[in-house]
Design a protein around this ligand. Structure first.
Ligand code: NAP
Length: 253
């Protein structure tokens, strides 16, 4: 098992990529702390992991709120004594151009991804620095590396995460802490049907468009989870400041 005895904290752990990653990290021996705003869904995911033989709890937190982030880190440290892996994965997407995007949508997009990753890292880092080790992974996107249509705030948030990871890698490499991004392409989670609906597109047409990439399909949550496991574990011990694109070749061209 690649994460035996480790403690992993996952934001947005109660859905999609986060819940698949929680299940995989738990299977690899980690004690997993999931966060999100929806308590019922979080409890359900934690229970499913426990029933499968893993160790998981859900702690409610809105990553846009500093006190929530501080409390979830404090509770994790009080309960389990350490945080080895921080997966900053929470995020929302509003399909908007700049003129269409409201200030509230801009703030929600930036704050749930970029500010949330900043706040969680800010409160987790002191204990990692003290222990001299840790792996922090942010969920960016292919659209954190190249632009996409109707996604100005989202691209700003995800692009910000890529460069923030590099800056953090420079600051905290000497502390024994690695910081990387995973950059998924289109992945089968609740985010995609939501986007299709808001763009007024039929699901089949949407998926056909999203599958127009070298590997000819959208990704699964498990495929992203395996990349996160790689970045979380010692298998990537000499990798920091990297943005690992997992998108079936979507931005290869
Ligand atoms: P999802 O199933 O909708 O998951 C989003 C997660 O973020 C949920 O667990 C949600 O939990 C959490 N979240 C959102 N705002 C939050 C907040 N303010 N505080 C705490 N948690 C919050 O979609 P997903 O596709 O798995 O998304 C996970 C990450 O992957 C996101 O950062 C997304 O941008 C990124 N991504 C997804 C794709 C894709 O194609 N699916 C591609 C590239 C990148 P609550 O609702 O309980 O708050």
């Amino acid at each position: 098992m690649k994460l035996d005895g480790k403690v992993a904290l996952i934001t947005g752990g109660n859905s999609g990529i986060g819940s698949a990653t929680a299940a995989l990290l738990a299977k690899e021996g980690a004690t997993v702390v999931l966060t999100g705003r929806n308590q019922a869904r979080g409890d359900q995911i934690a229970q499913a992991i426990t029933e499968a033989g893993g160790r998981a709890i859900f702690l409610r937190a809105d990553v846009r709120v500093a006190d929530d982030c501080r409390q979830v880190i404090e509770q994790t440290l009080e309960r389990f004594g350490r945080i080895d892996v921080l997966f900053n994965n929470a995020g929302v997407y509003h399909p908007r151009t700049v003129p269409e995007c409201t200030e509230q949508e801009w703030d929600e997009t930036i704050d749930s991804s970029l500010k949330g990753a900043f706040l969680m890292s800010k409160y987790a880092l002191p204990s990692m620095i003290e222990r001299g080790s840790g792996s922090i992974i942010h969920t960016s996107s292919g659209w954190g590396i190249q632009g996409g249509d109707h996604a100005a705030a989202y691209c700003a948030a995800k692009g910000g995460l890529v460069v923030m990871a590099k800056a953090m890698a420079i600051d905290h490499g000497p502390d024994g802490i690695r910081v990387n991004c995973v950059c998924p392409g289109d992945v089968d989670t609740p985010m995609l049907p939501d986007d299709a609906g808001r763009r007024g597109m039929a699901w089949d047409d949407y998926v056909a468009g999203a599958s127009d990439r070298p590997l000819g399909r959208i990704g699964t949550t498990e495929e992203i989870a395996r990349a996160v496991l790689f970045l979380a574990s010692d298998d990537s011990s000499f990798i920091t400041g990297e943005a690992l694109v997992v998108d079936g070749g979507g931005i290869a061209g």
